[in-house]
Design a protein around this ligand. Structure first.
Ligand SMILES: [Cu+2]
Length: 508
């Protein structure tokens, strides 16, 4: 088939599909008594089929106010923020035009500060926000369904590479990538209509696309439905992404690893671009009685996310982040699947004070690769929901919490939370144990994850096993014993968590 003929064929096919879709919509059953509801209306100015009360197969495209008649959004409206902050939802109920201007970043950026690891990061920032040199994830964008977004992308002349943006929120060639491809020193603009509500990924789609995304070029565009979601106390944006880098060099830099990318084995998995973006003093905070809405984009590149709040539930989930009112929500979910290149909208309720851990429940990604965030819930406790029972009030069958010292025996406990690098100083209790020769020491794992007791010292989080003893995996609730007959110093550590380290000193 010649080129023009092939094109004519494609046009005919599209026309056929469009006609079929209209016909199917017209024949669809309508649950409303309003004869107009459920059947497509053609907005005279745009010719796009729309409906106000969609059934299962009715189109849900909005009736569009013609671009020429669109008012500009007020100057007080915010349409771009830096995650985890989310721009406030527009309170208006009409369609408007708004502008956002992004700028490409290329820089060496912290990735895992705990191990002193940095890497080359490419990203996006709000144009002119020069303090933000590591734009990964890119700005959180927000508009309302039916709005016209005028998106400008600038690639500063000092950059090395061409880039662009494919918005999953955009209907058009490449999601906008075709119109936004910019080499260093270039600026381009597109004007695009937001047709579907939801939380949407955006990413660079230039050249070796996986390489650009794997360097950090992704972000989130939230499109509010025509009738806004109910107000909540907090809204937060989180982007999960994978980092394919090799070992950390002496200078702290870990180099991009295309083999790891091809094999789909990331060294780090992060929430909001680095392993510490949502912990400690950057933790998200709410109060008992409040409700928080979390927008999660899983940028991938390769892995599906198993989005779970340790210590709570998703009170409400908009699966796939698709917030059109024709969709159903799920209530009381434990974990929700978020495909690569997809999103979810979940809500968390503060019931009792706790630090809820936001994780990918493929937990190696959380406990070994960095995919963790904290939501600190403050407020009064509620023993009707959760109480810890004192040892003397516990059922008699429960084992005592402490191990009493007995001659010839010693005990070391790995307490709950020992896995957390923040608790490294108390990962083994006691940390240094001095005992006479001939003592049998028993380690008990009271934590929620597997640990080991492996002989050998640790320096700068790098363990050097010396082969004198090794418990192998000690499951939660399990224990390991060894008798020390030879006087000496016995440094030891946990093999999967090398920040856990302590010593046994055996005397004559
Ligand atoms: Cu790029």
């Amino acid at each position: 088939m010649t080129g023009p003929a092939r094109r004519r064929g494609a046009v005919r096919l599209l026309t056929t599909i469009f006609s079929f879709a209209l016909a199917a919509a017209s024949c669809g059953t309508t649950s409303s008594g309003d004869p107009g509801a459920g059947s497509p209306r053609l907005a005279p100015s745009t010719g796009i089929a729309g409906t106000s009360a969609p059934g299962a197969t009715d189109p849900i495209l909005p009736d569009l106010v013609p671009v020429a008649e669109l008012p500009d959004a007020g100057a007080d409206e915010i349409h771009a923020t830096t995650a985890p902050a989310v721009p406030p939802a527009a309170e208006r109920t009409d369609q408007r035009r708004f502008a956002v201007h992004l700028e490409v970043t290329e820089a060496l950026c912290p990735l895992d500060p705990a191990s002193g690891t940095s890497t080359e990061v490419w990203g996006y920032r709000i144009a002119g926000s020069h303090d933000d040199v590591c734009g990964s994830p890119g700005p959180v964008l927000r508009g309302r369904v039916g709005d016209l977004a005028v998106v400008t992308l600038t690639n500063p002349a000092a950059n090395q590479r061409a880039h662009n943006i494919d918005f999953h929120a955009v209907t058009g060639p490449g999601g906008g990538a075709a119109g936004l491809t910019v080499g260093p020193g270039e600026t381009r603009t597109i004007a695009v209509r937001l047709l579907y509500p939801g939380a949407f990924m955006y990413h660079c789609a230039f050249g070796d696309v996986p390489r650009h995304i794997a360097h950090g070029m992704s972000g989130m565009f939230i499109v509010d439905p025509a009738g806004p979601l109910p107000p909540v106390d907090h809204e937060w944006a989180v982007v999960q992404s994978e980092w394919y880098v090799g070992p950390t060099g002496d200078d702290g830099e870990a180099i991009y690893d295309p083999v790891g990318l091809f094999d789909e084995v990331p060294r780090f998995v992060t929430l909001n671009g680095r392993t510490d973006a949502l912990v400690d003093d950057r933790a998200l905070r709410m109060r008992v009685g409040e409700r928080a809405r979390l927008y999660l984009v899983n940028a991938g590149l390769n892995l599906a996310s198993n989005w779970h709040p340790i210590g709570s539930h998703w009170d409400l989930v908009w699966p796939e982040g698709a917030t059109h009112p024709a969709n159903r929500t799920i209530r009381g979910s434990q974990s929700t699947l978020v495909v690569a290149g997809g999103a979810t909208v979940t809500e968390l309720v503060g019931v009792v004070p706790a630090t809820v851990l936001l994780v990918d429940h493929a937990l190696v990604r959380t406990f070994a690769k960095g995919a963790i965030g904290h939501v600190v819930i403050d407020g009064p406790g509620n023993p009707e929901v959760y109480a810890e029972v004192a040892p003397d009030e516990a059922p008699a069958a429960a084992p005592p919490d402490a191990v009493d010292p007995v001659a010839g025996e010693g005990a070391v406990v790995m307490p709950a939370g020992a896995w957390n690098p923040a608790n490294a100083a108390t990962a083994y209790l006691p940390g240094d144990l001095v005992v006479p020769a001939g003592t049998t020491i028993t380690w008990r794992n009271d934590d929620t994850v597997v640990h080991t007791v492996t002989s050998g010292p640790v320096r700068d989080n790098r363990a050097t096993p010396d082969g004198r003893f090794d418990s192998g995996d000690i499951d939660p609730g399990g224990s390991f014993s060894r008798t020390f007959d030879e006087p000496g110093r016995y440094p030891y550590h946990c093999a999967p968590h090398p920040w856990m380290a302590a010593r046994i000193v055996v005397t004559n």
